[in-house]
Structures are given as C-alpha cells and as structure tokens.
Design a protein around this ligand. Structure first.
Ligand SMILES: Cc1cc2nc3c(=O)[nH]c(=O)nc-3n(C[C@H](O)[C@H](O)[C@H](O)COP(=O)(O)OP(=O)(O)OC[C@H]3O[C@@H](n4cnc5c(N)ncnc54)[C@H](O)[C@@H]3O)c2cc1C
Length: 307
C-alpha cells in the first residue's frame, strides 16, 4: 500500500515527487510512455527560472528526477492502463500489475497533436515546435509557418508575428474553426499571410538537423511546391492523457480534468497537476507549480486521515 502514487514524470509529476518525498511519504512515480514528459522532446529551455543561460529540456527534467530520488522517491517505468477510483484505497493497473494507494496525483499531461509527417518528429526542437510561447523567441527576423485553423492557431500566428519577418498560416480547408474575432485579428495583421486549401506533405532538412523548408500541396489544384521556412509551429490541438480515468475523474468535453479548487478533483484523495488540467498556460513552470500544489494537498489529506 502506497501513500502517494504520481502518474507522470514530467515537470508536474517530478515536482510533486520532490515535495512528497521530502514530506517522507515515499512516493511512487509511474513514468509512462514518455519518461520526462514533453520537455524530454525539446532542446533549449530559456524561460524556466534559475537558468540564466537556459538549460536543455531533457537535462532539466532529469535534474528534477534526481532531486526527487535523493529524497527517496521511487520511479517505475510503465503505463497505467486501468484504474479503479470508486473507493479507497485506489487501485491502478500498471501494464498488468495492480497496485494500491491512499492518494493519487494525476500529472499525465496533454500531448500535442502532430501531423504525422515523415520528418516531423526528427526535427522537434530544431525548428519544429508545438509551443509558440516557448520557442517564438528563437525565430526573430526569420520565416515562420503556423499550421491550424482554430483559435490557438490564430493566437499563435499573432504572437509569432512579434518575432518573425513573416508568418504564413497554413490551413487545409477554406473555412476556419476559429472565432470571428480571432480570425479577424490575424487577417488584419500585416505580417500574417494565409494559405488555405493547403496541406503540408513534409518538413526538411533532417540532414542539416534544422528546419529549412516544407513541401506544400494545394488540395484543390493538386499543385505541389517547396517553401523556405525556419520555424514550423503546429497549432492543431492537444490531447489530455485522461483515457484511463474516463467516467471516474470529472473531465470536460475534450478530456481535461475539471478542477474542484486548488489541486482537487471530484474524487477526495485524487489530485491533478500540470497540463492534464491546464488548457491555458501549458508551461514547465506552471506545471511544476501545480505539482507542488498537488503534493501539499496530498500531504494534508493524508495527515487529516491520520497517516
Ligand atoms: C516541443 C516542446 C517544447 C516545449 N518547450 C517549453 C519551454 O521552452 N518552456 C516551457 O515552459 N514549456 C515548454 N513546453 C511545454 C512543457 O513541456 C509542458 O507545459 C510541461 O511539460 C507540462 O508538464 P506536465 O508534467 O504537466 O506534463 P508532461 O510533460 O506532458 O508529462 C506527462 C507525463 O505523464 C506520463 N503519462 C501519460 N499518460 C500516462 C499513463 N497512462 N500512465 C503513466 N504515465 C503517463 C507521460 O509519460 C509523461 O511522463 C514545451 C513543450 C513541447 C512539446
């Protein structure tokens, strides 16, 4: 029987592990399919406080993990594939093996949607990004492309126009899902150019380990062409990793956990941390802060229950 199990080993999960380990609760962290979380996908992180020269994403999360392990946190590779949160202790199935815990911190993140292009994953952190707030600054005076047709694509295109020499917004349809106000704002931005009815076939150039261009195709005329670009930003949404809690932890239509205040969920003893609940900020520092909140809530919950 565990006091605390933390699902996820990104910034939120690792921070929750540091706090609960220092509170002597001997947390168990289930690392999941993406050990280290989303930061393990990227290169330089320049906006996490405390690193004036920046720090590489994988190193930052590895440091957090070591810090948690120094205080006694345990890490288990594997995925939670099923859960029973109907009564306490909670039960979690980790790839076939059930474990029990008095409290649960869900820090399973929200994965960015990618287009699935052949070279896309190889160039993440080298010109391909899913986070304008994180990476826009690297593209000052450069050519930027944003993919998507919703509000977040419009928001990212406008935000990125502060940095780029030009921003091309590529959308595979004629119509946009974005609200009129967001669409108008992007349309009225002189730096943002629209390319509709256009899909991306691939992004180059893996041999240089750098984005230099994309292959585009007009879906109506079938015409294909290459276009030079330095920064390639996906803004086609995120998928919260909450499938294994469906029907138990209250979530919104897209699957994001609905907070019941602080780090609380609708289930007493189950807490949320990071991007799995946060559809707005999605930053390493906010996820780390949320991990701290969830840990303190779990500590207090256990104390109130006499553990
Ligand atoms: C390419 C890229 C670059 C970025 N750059 C920056 C940046 O420069 N600065 C910044 O502040 N933010 C950046 N971000 C955003 C930042 O990475 C996220 O906001 C942050 O990682 C969220 O942390 P998290 O712990 O909530 O979730 P995540 O980092 O997504 O971690 C989720 C964890 O849950 C695990 N998991 C999921 N499902 C299960 C399951 N069923 N069982 C067990 N484990 C599971 C995963 O394996 C993973 O370990 C970037 C994101 C990306 C994708």
């Amino acid at each position: 029987m565990r006091n605390v199990v933390i699902i996820g080993s990104g910034c939120a999960g690792n921070t929750a592990a540091i706090y609960t380990a220092r509170a002597n609760l001997k947390p168990l962290v289930i690392s999941g399919h993406e050990a280290g979380g989303q930061l393990s996908l990227t290169t330089l992180v320049e906006n996490f406080p405390g690193f004036p020269e920046g720090i590489n994403g994988p190193e930052l999360v590895e440091n957090m993990k070591k810090q948690a392990q120094n205080f006694g946190a345990e890490y288990l590779a594997g995925n939670v594939v099923d859960t029973d949160l109907s009564k306490r202790p909670f039960r979690l199935n980790i790839e076939g093996e059930w474990i029990e815990t008095r409290t649960l911190i869900v820090a399973s993140g929200a994965s960015a949607r990618w287009l699935g292009l052949e070279n896309e994953q190889k160039l993440i952190g080298h010109g391909v990004s899913s986070c304008a707030t994180c990476d826009g600054f690297f593209y000052r005076g450069r050519k930027i492309m944003v993919i998507g047709g919703g509000d977040s694509a419009m928001e990212e295109a406008n935000f990125l126009s502060r940095f780029g020499s030009e921003v091309t917004l590529v959308h595979r349809r004629e119509e946009f899902r974005a609200s009129k106000i967001m669409l108008d704002r992007a349309r009225n931005n002189p730096k943002v150019k629209f390319l509709t009815n256009t899909m991306v076939e691939d992004v180059f150039d893996v041999s240089q380990n750098l984005v230099t261009g994309v292959r585009l195709r007009n879906v109506k005329t079938n015409e294909a062409w290459d276009q030079e670009v330095d920064g390639f930003f996906l803004a086609i949404g995120h998928i919260p990793n909450t499938k294994v809690f469906k029907g138990q932890i209250e979530a919104d239509a897209e699957g994001y956990i609905i907070s019941k205040g602080g780090a609380r969920t609708n289930i007493a003893g189950v807490f949320h941390a990071g991007d799995v609940q946060d559809r707005v900020y999605r930053q390493a520092i906010t996820a780390a802060g949320a991990g701290c909140m969830a840990a303190i809530e779990a500590e207090r919950f256990l104390e109130a229950e006499g553990h």
